[in-house]
Ligand binder design. Structure first.
Ligand SMILES: [Zn+2]
Length: 56
């Protein structure tokens, strides 16, 4: 399962979580600090950035 990076605007903290691609498409995980997800946003994974050179 790929690991994605997220950022919680409430805590101003970055964190990472493992989730399926389909799950990542439509949802975000809870922040490990405040346990909310309304302020969590997706960050582009460094893994994807390094290994993929798509022109998307
Ligand atoms: Zn948080």
């Amino acid at each position: 399962m790929p690991t994605y990076e997220f950022f919680c605007n409430r805590c101003e903290k970055a964190f990472s979580a493992e989730m399926h691609i389909a799950e990542h498409d439509r949802d975000v995980p809870k922040c490990p600090s405040c346990h909310r997800k309304d302020q969590v946003e997706k960050r582009l994974s460094t893994f994807t950035a390094v290994t993929s050179h798509k022109s998307a």
